[in-house]
Structures are given as structure tokens and as C-alpha cells.
Design a protein around this ligand. Sequence first.
Ligand code: NAD
Length: 245
Amino acid sequence: MRLKDKKIIVTAAAQGIGRSTALSFAKEGANVIATDINFDKLKELKEEENNIQIQKLDSTDADQVKKFSDSIDKVDVLFHAVGFVHNGTILDCSSEEFHNSMNINVYSAYLMVNFLIPKMLSSKKGNIIIVSSAASSVTGAPNRFIYGTTKGALNGFIKAIAADFIKQGIRCNGILPGTVQTPSWEERVAQAEDPKQAKIDFINRQAMGRLAQPEEIASMAVYLASDESSFVTGGFHIIDGGWTL
Ligand SMILES: NC(=O)c1ccc[n+]([C@@H]2O[C@H](COP(=O)([O-])OP(=O)(O)OC[C@H]3O[C@@H](n4cnc5c(N)ncnc54)[C@H](O)[C@@H]3O)[C@@H](O)[C@H]2O)c1
């Protein structure tokens, strides 16, 4: 019960890291509101853990995020996991794809924090966890031009929020995973020219010779969401099986 009675909002909770983290938060006693654009998948999450509240929410839609924040009395922790992986170099990235990735990966974080941080300020405490990536300002991954650019921007975002609100009792940390076995990763492998080779390449990238499981990211999330990490802010918490050693 490391998160007993904490009110936690999770975005991108329908699958992958967000889903696994929502379940771990609930197991540790938190009151979780799990949000995602995919409501059918959220219903499956609710079937697995009835204590979790579910709410359809597009984190890139300002009206929806405002309405959502208006409906909430308080929030202790925001865990923001919305993200999209575009494949390719700068030459493969059209203006439309550039703006789409900025919208999903960076603007969504802006909206969620901008609308929810006033609730944290009024209770003089708060905790924000942003899922960034090792592929960011930490390392350049081939064919991850706009993805790495947006995650690098999120690393700046994390530092800025941590610096601006440290005196008001608000912490902000980033989790920077390596490759995690999630549904969207399975799709990326399936869509590769040679899926078998793509899988081998993803695995070999990490010095441990395997992928992370979403639960391993959720463990770090539980620590960061709990008071055990009360002196930790502005950190980039890399979980990458030795990829960026
Ligand atoms: N899987 C990995 O290898 C990996 C590695 C490093 C970082 N990450 C980051 O972790 C986060 C989660 O990735 P994942 O692979 O666990 O999940 P995923 O890609 O499998 O699922 C993403 C979820 O986000 C939801 N979503 C998409 N757009 C949304 C929006 N506008 N509003 C609300 N929900 C939206 C989708 O419906 C889906 O449920 C992302 O930010 C990703 O960049 C993933």
C-alpha cells in the first residue's frame, strides 16, 4: 500500500506501459483514474481491476482536457504516457507528420500539466511523471528523427516544470525507457520489411539482450509516485537494459 489514498491520473492507460502502471498504482492502494482515447480497451482494464475509474480522454484536445480537469476535485499524481512513434529520418518526415508527433508527444503533456497543475498548487503539493524515452537527448536512435526530437523536448519540459514549481511542493520526473514489449512495439515489428530481423535488432540494441516488460517500467513509476522518492525531482530515470551505457 505504498500509494494508499493517492489520487492518480494516468494517460494512455488502455495498453502497454500506461495500462501496466495503472494496475500497479491500484495494487498499491491509489485511487486511479485511467484515461485514453480507446474506451473499449479501457473497459477491459476495468474488468481486470474494478477499483480503477475509467474516462475517455484525448489528451491532445484542449476542450476535453479542460472539461476533464474541471470534473476533478484534486490530484496527487499525474502519470502521462501518451506518445506516438514515427519511423524514419528527417527525409521521411513530412510537415504534417512533424506536427502530428509534436501534437501527440509534446502538446498533450502541455495540456495535461497546464490544466492539472493549478489543482496541485491549491493543495501545495503535487507530483508529475512524464514518460519520455532513452531515444531523446540521451541517445540518437536510427529512424527515430521526430520521435527523438519530441522526447528531447519532453526532457526540457520535465526540467522546466521541476524548476518552476519546486518551491510550491511539486515534483516532476521523467521515465526514459529503452525498448518495451508493448502492443505498439509488436505492431512496429510486424510492419517492418523483415519482422524477424527487426525483432532481433530491437533485442540486440539492449546490452542485457532482451526487451523490458511494461511491469518493469511500472515499478519505477510506483517509486516515483510514492513518498519514498520525496527528494527526487527533475530526474531522467533511464530504464533501458544497458542500451545507453
Ligand atoms: N514501447 C516502447 O518501447 C517505449 C520505449 C520508450 C518510451 N515509450 C513511451 O511510452 C509511452 C507508452 O508507450 P507504449 O508502447 O507503452 O504504449 P502503446 O503505444 O502501446 O499505447 C499507447 C496508448 O496511448 C493511447 N493514445 C494515443 N494517442 C492518445 C491521445 N491523443 N490521448 C489519449 N490516449 C492516446 C492509445 O490509445 C494507446 O492506448 C509512450 O509515450 C512511448 O513513447 C515506449
